[in-house]
Design a protein around this ligand. Sequence first.
Ligand code: BGP
Length: 464
Amino acid sequence: MDKFLWGSATSAYQCEGGWLEGNKGLSNWDDFCHSEKNNVNPVTGDVACDHYHRYEEDIRLLSEGGQNAYRFSICWTRILANSQSTVNQEGIAYYNRILDTCEKYGVEPLVTLYHYDMPVDLFKNGGWENRETVTAFIRYAKVCFENFGGRVKYWATINEPNYETYCCYGRGNYPPNVRDLSRRWKAMYHLLLASAGAIVEYRKLNYEGTIGLVSDSYSIESLVDNEQYREAMHNADLFYNRCVNDVAVYGEFPADFIEKLALDYDLSYMKKEDEEIFKKGTVDYLGINAYDRTLVKPYTSGETCMIANNTGDGVTKNSTIIKNWFELDEDPNTQKNAWGCELYPKSVYNLLLDLKDKYPNTPIIITENGLGYYDELVDGKVNDQYRIEFLNGFIDWIRQAQKEGCDVRGYFVWSTMDLYSWINGYKKRYGLVYIDYENDNKRIPKASYYWYKKKIEEELKNDE
Ligand code: BGP
């Protein structure tokens, strides 16, 4: 890992479209979005922003915007249409074209193997709750390493084991729409085992490259400083951060985390023989998705519940109680976006110092950071000053953390262009480039795109 990566990120289901093209198989998200039942904003990723056809334009724009790196994910069902299929050469050819384009424009690819989308047959068979998915994932990862390992230097196994399982099995707003934390912990365990197993396979193949996992991580804070609040913060740190990061970096779960889980759940799916895989499959770097902090208060009463604001209507409130662990608090004095995300750039500084403390020898790449907003196209332009202010704050705080010894190797804005925001639909936009969905998905760089270009130039100059 030499040069600092300045880039932006996407994921396959959110941007590609082409859902029935190139011999692609159907995924859990194709299945979910085509059923009205739990789809709050009833739209699909069938076309998304048509990156499947317009990847060259997107990567060219990224490079012209001064960025030197592109994080994207491979769609599992383009490579293996379902758990029984043979390798789909059309899928391999498609990602080779993307990698060719990155090369053509001097852009370093950072490739995520799994970003929420899996073959629908695996999903219907229990998805990550079923250990067979671990084996299927490792097979898929190996196919990717063997086909692209010579040209990809940065790999990420899994995107957000915490947030994905939190939504799938806690909030219940992502498929399979379950609200049962015991199932969440089982799915997360298998995701982490799959990641470690894939890392072990990667190392066997001896490619020159680096491999990590992408973890949504949070600076855990509170408005009050006393013993009860500190205990709640410790519990929240285990619940959101350390259950993933300790395993990724040290190859083991925190002992007090396991003790706490064992009080309530049957953990017989945790097998003795997995311990060695976790130990061997630790990461070269930790990818961190950083959006906001987590404000915590002690658990008082009530059943576990995790209510999410997916409508951005300004009325629905996020609220979270994790029985016997903690509750989430709210600071009335901070600014928030329409979905309740605090605009608090210093959180990344607090988080990075905490990570340095806990994992002093592990380099960090900020694999996502961004602001969701109802952007408006006015006279052919998007003047997203709010996003500029937010991103600028984050970058400055990251630079400050670096000065204080944090080993940060890259920064990716979420997202390269507007795309499907999962259960929030398309109106919540994050892109540096606006997609005019009404007009043939025209690409229109926003003010933040030009600002980011200048910011990168300045930062590179400062580094000289
Ligand atoms: C991360 C995901 C991304 C992206 C982003 C914004 O958790 O890795 O895929 O979507 O968050 O979240 P959302 O689109 O739900 O607002």
